[in-house]
Design a protein around this ligand. Structure first.
Ligand code: SF4
Length: 650
């Protein structure tokens, strides 16, 4: 019997392999993981070609690594980029980050977490002083009220959703704030059918009422927070009717919600992409976190602002330092941090400035781009533009376990990596639990784990001694020592060999703000209506999201028949009234058009979505031909949930 952990989503469910079966409390995706390993779309050999017009030919690892290393040597470091993924294990992240930021003087290393969690990272850092999730899943059992904002746990975090359903039986009240009456909303005590982009007004209205009705925690505010005076002055000036209008929620419904809110002792507000993926993703986070700060509902059991991470190891990537906006182990680019990292890595080449984000890399005419376990052409917004831009990059390297990503047709070199189940290493789930993925099946001999691929590249570039690692345990042990550079990170206490039996939860002792003055920061934010506007030509608003049984583009899950039976992949959801006005029939094929492109999808007509809003799941591989590439100014996260579109029957 082998103990491991599911590699799909941020819940990080434990599982065991017994008699060739996966056993554990798993959702359909997790339970079907066994079926995806040796599918026909596996990448089995290193492949190379001189230009994207040619066919690939097989090559040796040595030839491929040598070609990449030569290229890197000839590339100015501001023209080099590493594009990583929340699917990577922490050891993979560590080696890639050490190589890029520590030895190649290349600050351009970022991850696809940029497109999902970056707004939460910035929100946490600004308000509580660090990218730190200040509560854990068991807190749900101690809460009286759980608000889920822009979070469809029933489809995106299935086993966590079961925890919520169970807690409901013990009295937990659930409020879902979402323009769709999602599967999650169906278990809610109150569903708030908010207007797309109404979130800041919604959370500001909670704060405004708490302040005006003297329901905030005065002593906590006085002793533990900065910025209350300014927040109060700004909120008082706002007109409640106008705020309600911006949310699209009736006064009666908001009153009902607020009665529940003010009588709930312990409150958790959880959110995901509905808030983060926005032109004001950071502002949305801050307005949400404000409600917890002024009511003192943070760092107390059963309370807190809970960002629900989507990918299995987006958190680990953030901890290691895989975002270009941090250096390593949550350290920034200040002189002291850079000096510490230089000493730890024994390198004078450590970068001292923020690099390009994943959402900027294709825009700047890079010479070399190394992409690992992710599919930027599929997931970045405004796909047609990116398809043009990527063709200008001299060398595109794709490291992937699978051969059919949307990006692979633009690659010059493809390197076969080991997927979940064939490699070992650690990942951190959405509540800071570090667990170990185990080798469950015989690994494909010609493929390698990512940390090893990056080590091969480092050695070829001349850093033999610094990248002399023989196992993921070796890498983890160096990484965990590095976390000592950052006072609050106690990952150094984790024992790699014990992680399968006893996952390690870091930060358990942190019960206070991590700002220099140990105080939380309040920021007043308001809706600045920056997103693309609807017009006579594009009258509807597109929002996007996951479906229960598919993982992103479905590279893995599309291969599992059982999952495909559950839900169609290329559909769009439209309100009954809108469908009637446009004379669209159930299941009819329709062209969806935005200013940037068009796709075809089948209509799913429903009352479970606000009028004027259309939902396309991200399992539709073409969805980003439509989406707007406007970014949040601080997190550089795309505005995936506010695209003006029109529909044409075909
Ligand atoms: Fe895997 Fe997430 Fe499902 Fe758990 S909820 S089994 S981690 S996909």
């Amino acid at each position: 019997m082998l103990k491991s952990v599911c590699g799909y989503c941020g819940v990080g469910c434990a599982l065991e392999k017994r008699d060739e079966k996966l056993v554990g409390v798993l959702c359909a995706k997790g339970a079907s993981s066994l079926k995806i390993i040796n599918t026909s779309n596996r990448l089995r050999q290193p492949l190379i070609r001189d230009s994207i017009k040619e066919d690939f030919r097989e090559c040796s690892w040595d030839e491929a690594i040598s070609k990449i290393a030569t290229n890197i040597k000839n590339t100015p470091k501001d023209k080099l980029g590493f594009y990583l993924s929340g699917q990577l294990l922490s050891e993979d992240y560590y080696i890639a980050n050490k190589l890029s930021k520590g030895f190649l003087a290349c600050a351009n290393i970022d991850t696809n977490s940029r497109t999902c969690m970056a707004s939460a990272v910035v929100g946490y850092k600004k308000s509580i002083g660090a990218d730190f999730v200040p509560l854990r899943v068991p807190d749900i059992n101690k809460a009286n009220l759980l608000i889920l904002a822009g979070a469809n746990t029933a489809e995106s975090h299935v086993i966590l959703h079961n925890t919520i359903k169970k807690a409901k039986k013990s009295g937990l009240k659930v409020v879902v704030v979402d323009p769709r009456y999602t599967l999650t909303a169906k278990i809610a005590d109150i569903h708030m059918p908010i207007k797309v982009n109404g979130d800041i007004d919604f959370f500001n209205l909670i704060s405004k009422r708490l302040i005006e009705q003297n329901l905030y925690d005065e002593s906590f505010v006085q002793n533990k927070l900065n910025g209350f005076k300014s927040l109060k002055e700004n909120l008082i000036k706002l007109d409640e009717d106008e705020m309600l209008k911006n949310t699209g929620i009736s006064k009666e419904l908001f009153d009902e919600f607020f009665t529940l809110y003010k009588t709930s002792k312990n409150i958790i507000t959880a959110w995901t992409m509905g808030l983060n993926q926005s032109s004001q993703g950071v502002d949305k986070n801050l307005s949400l976190i404000n409600t917890h700060l002024i009511s003192g509902k943070i760092f107390k059991e059963g309370n807190g602002p809970f960002s629900l991470t989507g990918q299995p190891n987006a958190m680990g990537g953030r901890e290691v330092g895989g975002l270009s906006t941090m250096l390593a182990v949550h350290l920034g680019f200040d002189e002291e941090s850079v000096a510490k990292v230089k000493e730890f890595w024994g390198s004078e080449s450590v970068v001292d400035k923020v690099g390009l984000t994943a959402t900027q890399m294709l825009e700047v005419n890079l010479s070399t781009l190394i992409i690992s376990h992710t599919d930027p052409i599929y997931h970045l917004p405004n796909r047609a533009k990116n398809e043009k831009l990527i063709k200008d990059i001299g060398l595109v390297v794709e490291i992937n376990a699978y051969d059919d990503s949307q990006t692979s047709k633009y690659a010059h070199i493809k390197l076969p990596a080991l997927p979940w189940g064939e490699k070992e290493g650690t990942q951190t789930n959405l509540d800071r639990t570090i667990s170990k993925q185990q080798v469950l099946f015989e690994a494909l001999e010609s493929a390698k784990p990512d940390w090893e691929i990056f080590c091969m590249l480092a050695k070829e570039l001349g850093f033999e001694k610094e990248f002399d690692f023989n196992s993921p345990k070796d890498v983890f042990d160096e990484y965990k020592m590095m976390t000592k550079l950052n006072g609050y990170m106690d990952i150094c206490e984790a024992d790699y060999d014990k992680l399968s039996d006893e996952p390690f939860v870091w930060g358990q002792k942190i019960k206070d703000f991590l700002t220099p003055d140990k105080k939380g920061n309040l920021f007043f934010t308001e809706n600045r209506f920056l997103s693309e506007k609807i017009s006579d030509e594009f009258l509807l608003l597109l929002i996007t999201g996951r479906t229960r049984d598919q993982w992103h583009s479905g590279t893995k899950t599309r291969n599992v028949d059982k999952l495909l039976k559950h839900k169609e992949l290329e559909f769009f959801e439209i309100n009954t009234q809108d469908a009637k006005e446009l004379e669209i029939e159930q299941n009819q094929k329709v062209k969806i058009i935005s200013k940037r492109g068009e796709i075809i999808a089948h209509a799913k007509i429903s009352d479970d979505i606000n009028k004027g809003v259309v939902f396309v799941p991200i399992s539709h591989r073409g969805v980003n031909y439509l989406t707007d590439d406007l970014l949040d100014a601080e997190s550089f996260e795309p505005d995936y949930n506010h695209t003006a579109i029109r529909l044409i029957k075909i």
